[in-house]
Unconditional design. Structure first.
Length: 388
């Protein structure tokens, strides 16, 4: 496909030249006119022979002669970039930007292409400057801002990213509230790590104002308050997750448990888990409830509790935990068989993804707030599996 494009680009440019030649304003000497097709054929020959540097020289000279071939050279530069030959793409697009004969529209396209070249090459400072110039021209602003947002996120310049995302939210039909909230969370995490608690709280408040269902903001707030001994505030933040996204409740259990223990009320975790399970049966929550019941009331009570939940809502994690509990009691199943069953469940659990991206399907055992696959914010969700 790429080789076909390489062949078609010079042909398209040649066709454009013939059209331009017929225009009355394009009268030139016969010698100069006849040399242009030969040059394009020469460039095509270099491409066919994989002599791309020579072909680049030819097409660059042609751009200097005939401004009507600018679109062809834009396409040629973009093709170089897609093939990973970024230095050649930069050279073509830099040459086009420097030409005084380009129309305003062509110059904008050339700037956008050059900015993308710089991004591909990892020259983010240069790319930022180029996209800023595009925005100054008040043309293709949304595309330029989107590229700037990508740069700022990559460079972890979260404040600049927030400003760009807010502007995109006003301009674009796309909803940017979730990314904006996540960017505020990044700023909050940085502030908390630096001991700037007031700033961290303000950023988390901004995140929740933009996206009231931002689970990450509640988790960060809960962890921050718990680490500083403000257990009531931490519990309030953790409990907000139940309303925001019940599937994410397993992520707050450890924090809640620590808070309840610090208050001398560890028993409250049991009632909390029962409350959540009534409306959102989850295998991990079932297993955690069984663990709490075992600590408070013994193994037999834990088995009875878990058996009831698993019968109503069978899950891999619930069954695995039930087998583990049964192994500690005098049950009809032989211990060796139980050990085999438990080993199978452990192997199954070890290779099972716990989170999956709603946008691209990326799966992982770890929670990422920004998907490594498609770079979407807050798109990874816990995988809820039931036996059918």
């Amino acid at each position: 496909m790429f080789e076909l494009l390489w062949l078609l680009l010079p042909v398209a440019a040649l066709t454009g030249w013939w059209i331009g030649r017929r225009h009355p304003a394009a009268e030139e000497s016969a010698a100069a006119s006849s040399s242009i097709p030969d040059a394009y054929l020469q460039g095509l020959s270099h491409l066919l022979n994989e002599e791309r540097d020579k072909a680049l020289e030819v097409f660059t000279r042609m751009a200097e002669i005939d401004s009507e071939t600018a679109e062809t050279h834009l396409a040629l530069g973009s093709l170089f970039r897609r093939r990973g030959e970024v230095d050649r793409a930069i050279r073509i697009h830099q040459d086009l930007v420097a030409r005084p004969t380009l129309t305003a529209q062509q110059r904008i396209y050339a700037l956008l292409a050059l900015g993308q070249d710089y991004m591909k090459a990892g020259l983010f400072d240069r790319a930022e400057q180029v996209f800023s110039k595009v925005i100054e021209h008040d043309a293709h602003v949304e595309q330029a801002l989107h590229n700037l947002l990508t740069i700022y996120e990559h460079e972890k310049e979260w404040r600049k990213a927030v400003a760009v995302a807010q502007r995109l939210d006003r301009l674009s039909a796309r909803d940017y509230r979730v990314p904006i909230a996540q960017l505020h969370c990044e700023l909050a995490a940085e502030a908390a790590a630096a001991g700037q608690l007031t700033e961290a709280r303000e950023q988390l408040q901004s995140a929740l104002k933009v996206d009231p269902n931002c689970v990450r903001a509640s988790l960060l707030r809960g962890d921050m308050e718990r680490e500083r001994g403000r257990y009531r505030a931490a519990i309030k933040a953790y409990r907000a997750v139940v309303r925001q996204d019940p599937a994410m409740v397993p992520e707050v259990i450890d924090g809640l448990h620590a808070c309840f223990q610090a208050q001398g009320a560890a028993y409250r975790l049991e009632s909390f888990l029962r409350e959540v399970l009534q409306h959102h049966p989850d295998g991990r929550l079932m297993a955690r409830l069984a663990e709490v019941v075992q600590e408070q009331h013994g193994t037999r009570a834990a088995m009875n509790e878990l058996t009831g939940w698993v019968r109503r809502h069978p899950t891999v994690e619930g069954i695995r935990r039930l087998v583990s509990l049964a192994q500690t009691l005098d049950e009809p199943i032989e211990p060796r068989e139980l050990q085999v069953l438990r080993g199978l469940f452990d192997r199954l659990e070890a290779g099972r993804a716990l989170y999956r991206c709603r946008r691209c399907g990326f799966s992982s055992r770890s929670l990422f707030w920004r998907c490594p696959g498609c770079k979407s914010w807050a798109s990874l969700r816990p995988i809820h599996e039931e036996c059918t």
